[in-house]
Structure formats: structure tokens, C-alpha cells
Design a protein around this ligand. Structure first.
Ligand SMILES: *Cc1c(COP(=O)(O)O)cnc(C)c1O
Length: 371
């Protein structure tokens, strides 16, 4: 069993998927060392996604601190997810795959995947729980407009957990033609590492931008954690800077790192929300993007090593930070990112970098329902 991050990671999948995971690993290793791959991806990130994203000071949001926002909300489609979807689409084409499957909960990853499939002319099937389709109707309509087929998953809780199982089943059946485009740093190896490498552009850019703005590194980097991809992307450039504190913020009702236990979910061993028998527990968060009972294995390893800390944030704390950023800085953040904003305010450090993972337009109905 390939275990990539200390005691975590690995490949807990049916034997039939191992050749595809090996092919993906080899394809990624070749792409990583190929100048033309980096040129193509860089060109897309620049001319299509809108990178580099700015680093914005937020003095009215955080008086008494020097707090900066890494503006992933300004990416095309409104969040960091496009960084990963673009990279995996370029990789899928190199591997000769013309069909993409994905799973989505809130629909944000489904929209990013449908976007890149439209751009590259790839066939796109997105699995989504029927309950999530009802709650996230505008994103279902966006995916349809972008030419994707959205398949409703009607069993279990009819949410992300079941949609992921269905996407894996599809991949097993169609593995010769199909790339499974996973949306966060989760799943069997090499996905956690692959997604991290595609999201590390966040921290690589922010590290340079912070140095240019302040002449030194931040004292702390803060990011919200669902599956953990924007957080690992923001953290990675700072992991060796041992005096930079790394703080991940989980939804209090979906704290896979804060209150979870070691276990296997969706192909990897990590820290998960489960009962003593390993039965997966239901997660809860006001923000659909954090509402997942698992987390990327690299975060579990960073936690155990004491290199990163993971703090909880309640729905109410996130909502307060959402309104505060809108009113003090003129930026409406995603509810996911609002979790990071909320906890960043109470930290003792003065020099703070927060990953603003996405914009809040998608969350207006949810926020209005709570006010
Ligand atoms: C999906 C999403 C998240 C959670 O995913 P991670 O993999 O933990 O980054 C966070 N913020 C936004 C805006 C999202 O769309």
C-alpha cells in the first residue's frame, strides 16, 4: 500500500483502479518535469484564470494588525478550484483521455470542471447528490449551460459522500477513456499530492507578494479547510519557514482534524468523522464547501507533526466575519473563506496572511436566510 504522508494517504481502492492510478502518477511525474506543460498551464492561468491574483491589505477589517488577503475570489469562476481543474484537464489531455468525471457537493468544483471541459472540448459528467442539486440549483444550471451532464445520485444522504462513490464507480467502468477530476487534496495517491502541486501557486505567489509588501514573511498563514486544497496550496510555500505559524480553520460541525479519528474514506487513510465502528458520521456546516466528513491526508500528517494547527469556527462566527469583511473592505467573501477570516481576527499575531478562497455571490441566499 502506497502511504504518502506518514501514517496517512495510500490507495484504498479496488484492484482494477491501480493501473489507472499508476498511469496518472507516471503522467504527472512526466508533466512536472516537462517545460512545455508548465508553459501551457502558466499561459492558461494568466490569460484565462486571471493570475496572479492580488494580495490586498485589509486595515479596516483588522485594525491593529497588518492583515492581507490572498484574492483567490478573483479567479475566473470565483474561487481557487479553477487552478486545480485547469491543471488536471491539461494532464488528462496529455494522457489521451477525452471524457472527464467529477463529483460535486456545493457545485463549485462541478462548475470549475464543466468550465475547463467546455474550454477544451472534453465530455463532462458530474455526479451530484439529489439533495445537493435541490439546494444548489444555480450551480446545476451553470453546469448545464457549460455543456456538462449532471447525474443525480439518489441513495443514502443524497449528498457529496454518495456522489463521490458514484464518480469512483463510473471511473472503474470507463477507466480507459476517462479521467476522474478530483476537486480537493483527497482520494487515493497520487491525487492529494497532485492537487497540492496544482494549488501551491497560491502560496508561492503570496509569499513573494507578502515579502514585497512587508519586507518579511507573515507571522501566521490562515486558510479554511474543507477537503483542504486551498489551505495546503497556501501553506506549502511556508512549510519550511518554521517560524511561520500555519492555521487551518474547520467548520465546528465538520472538524475532521479537530475531532475526527484515523480511518479510511474515499480511497485514502486520513482523519475522518466516524463512530467507533468506522461508520461515517454526518458533517454539518452553513457553508456547503466545508461540509465533508474527511480531509486531505497531508493535513493529518502536518497536524500530527505539530507543524500546522486546526481550529474550529461556528456558523455564527463565520457569518459575523462575512458581514464584517463586506462592510469594512467592500469584499463579499465565500462563507467557506469567512471561517478563516473569523479566526484570523482573534489570533495574537500582527502580520497575518489569509487565503480568501472564493467570493460570496453564491452564498447570498444562505446568508439572507440567517439574518
Ligand atoms: C470548495 C471550496 C472550499 C473548500 O475546499 P478546500 O479543498 O478545502 O479548499 C473553500 N472555499 C471555497 C470558496 C470553495 O469553493
Amino acid at each position: 500500500m502506497t502511504t504518502t504522508f506518514g501514517a496517512y494517504g495510500g490507495r484504498y481502492v479496488p484492484e482494477t483502479l491501480i493501473p489507472a492510478l499508476d498511469e496518472l502518477t507516471a503522467g504527472w511525474n512526466a508533466a512536472k518535469n516537462d517545460e512545455s506543460f508548465h508553459r501551457e498551464l502558466h499561459e492558461l492561468l494568466t490569460t484565462y484564470a486571471g493570475r496572479p491574483t492580488p494580495l490586498t491589505p485589509a486595515p479596516r477589517f483588522a485594525p491593529g494588525k497588518r492583515l492581507y488577503l490572498k484574492r483567490e475570489d478573483l479567479n475566473h469562476t470565483g474561487a481557487h478550484k479553477l487552478n486545480n481543474a485547469l491543471g488536471q484537464a491539461v494532464l488528462a489531455r496529455r494522457l489521451g483521455k477525452h471524457r472527464i468525471v467529477a463529483e460535486t457537493g456545493a457545485g463549485q468544483h462541478g462548475v470549475a470542471t464543466a468550465t475547463v471541459c467546455a474550454k477544451f472540448g472534453l465530455e463532462c459528467v458530474v455526479y451530484m447528490g439529489a439533495e445537493d442539486m435541490r439546494r444548489q440549483k444555480p450551480n446545476v444550471e451553470r453546469m448545464h449551460l457549460l455543456g456538462a451532464e449532471v447525474r443525480a445520485v439518489e441513495f443514502g444522504t443524497k449528498t457529496l459522500k454518495e456522489a463521490t462513490s458514484e464518480a469512483i464507480r463510473d471511473w472503474i467502468t470507463n477507466v480507459d477513456t476517462t479521467h476522474y477530476l478530483i476537486g480537493s487534496c483527497v482520494g487515493p495517491a497520487p491525487y492529494p499530492e497532485l492537487v497540492r502541486d496544482l494549488q501551491r501557486v497560491i502560496g508561492d505567489e503570496a509569499r513573494e507578494q507578502f515579502l514585497a509588501a512587508e519586507g518579511r514573511l507573515p507571522e501566521v498563514v490562515v486558510a479554511c479547510v474543507g477537503g483542504g486544497s486551498n489551505a495546503i496550496g497556501a501553506f506549502y510555500a511556508f512549510v519550511d519557514d518554521t517560524d511561520v505559524r500555519l492555521v487551518g480553520v474547520e467548520a465546528a460541525g465538520a472538524a475532521s482534524l479537530g475531532t475526527g479519528r484515523p480511518g479510511v474514506l474515499h480511497g485514502a487513510r486520513s482523519s475522518i468523522l466516524a463512530d467507533e465502528d468506522g461508520q461515517i458520521a454526518d458533517a454539518h456546516s452553513i457553508s456547503a464547501g466545508l461540509d465533508y466528513p474527511g480531509v486531505g491526508p497531508e493535513h493529518a500528517a502536518l497536524r500530527d507533526a505539530g507543524r500546522a494547527e486546526y481550529l474550529p469556527c461556528t456558523d455564527d462566527q463565520a457569518l459575523a466575519a462575512f458581514h464584517r469583511l463586506a462592510e469594512t473592505e467592500g469584499i463579499i467573501p465565500a462563507l467557506e473563506s469567512s471561517h478563516a477570516l473569523a479566526r484570523a481576527l482573534d489570533l495574537d499575531e500582527e502580520l497575518v496572511l489569509v487565503c480568501l478562497s472564493g467570493r460570496g455571490d453564491k452564498d447570498l441566499a444562505e446568508v439572507l436566510a440567517h439574518s
